[in-house]
Design a protein around this ligand. Sequence first.
Ligand SMILES: *Cc1c(COP(=O)(O)O)cnc(C)c1O
Length: 373
Amino acid sequence: MTNPSASHDIFDPLLDVPPVAANAYGRLADCVKRLFDTTSDILFVQAEALLALEAAAASLARPGLAAVNVVTSPYGAYFGAWLRRGGAAVTDVVAEPGQPAEAAAVAAAITELGKVDLVAVVHAEAANGSLNPLDEVASLAREAGALLVVDAVASAGGHPLDIDALGIDLCVLGPQKALGGPTGLSMVAVSQRAFSAMADAARPAPSLLSLLDIKEAWLDRGRGALPGTPPPLEFRALGAALDRLEAEGLPARIARHQRAARASRAGLRALGVAPWIADDGRASALVTAAPVPEGIAADDLIDAAARFGVSLGRGFGDIEHRLVRFDHTGVRAAFPPVLANVVAYGAALEELGQRVDLGAAAAAVTAAWQKEG
Ligand SMILES: *Cc1c(COP(=O)(O)O)cnc(C)c1O
């Protein structure tokens, strides 16, 4: 006990939180639906987004399901593993380490299989800064008549995402990246077609991984009763994040992330360093990845930047030691963090014996930021 004399009748905003009422829960779902302008149903998964992805796979997988699964980070690899666990026959289309997928490789996998029931892809990666060719993958999935599952956990709020126009059947959204919200819950937009497919799947029931269980407990009962016990702190934080997003506007939020990415990339090039993702059109607006030069240890680079008070993200998965990440999601999609990331990375490289142009980098970030004011 940190304070044995504390009285229990003093209101504590972290402990004495009113429960989430059914109508407030429904309003949050409606707000997500309105913001993303989709006819799909919005379900909440009361856990971080990785669990929502696992639930999507668990809810759709069945023996005999033929899936093409695009892998551009560990997240895609997990998704394939979860589909296989449910008996699906999964063809992974694996991109070069840390790079975006090639639509042609996805097309070739679909052609080779002949019949494909499901295509899964991550939209934009926070793990390595790549942006997958979602439009092309979506049209390939439509042509094949396959269900389309998209991990938009990171991209929602950072890239344009038209769930209905792309024909996304199941779209997982995460509040804590570009949406600037809490980490402990996530959203899934589910089409009628995806619900129908779930009815044919090897349904895990009763299970917190079953999206059909959530639908039946909540949607099919007119949203009058809650599916489980929503964590009130997380739901209140989501409400605050959505209020902030509505005030800013989704297009402005997306533009702010795009601006942060362009300024970061301009800064890197002016330093004299090529961004990890070479092509601007294939780079994510959530994080900008910068290379760890040959002969330098990623940890030394991260430690040197930390001495400037800047926290560079470590690489993730098979490219763990080859890149560092500048996080510019949510409130970090702003001039001060973007400038600090580039300059601290450059200063760290300089300390470790590399030749960079810090002044040119700062000027380039500033000019790129100003240009889009
Ligand atoms: C962050 C992220 C996840 C995982 O989200 P958590 O909330 O950390 O579980 C999944 N997919 C992508 C593309 C992400 O960027």
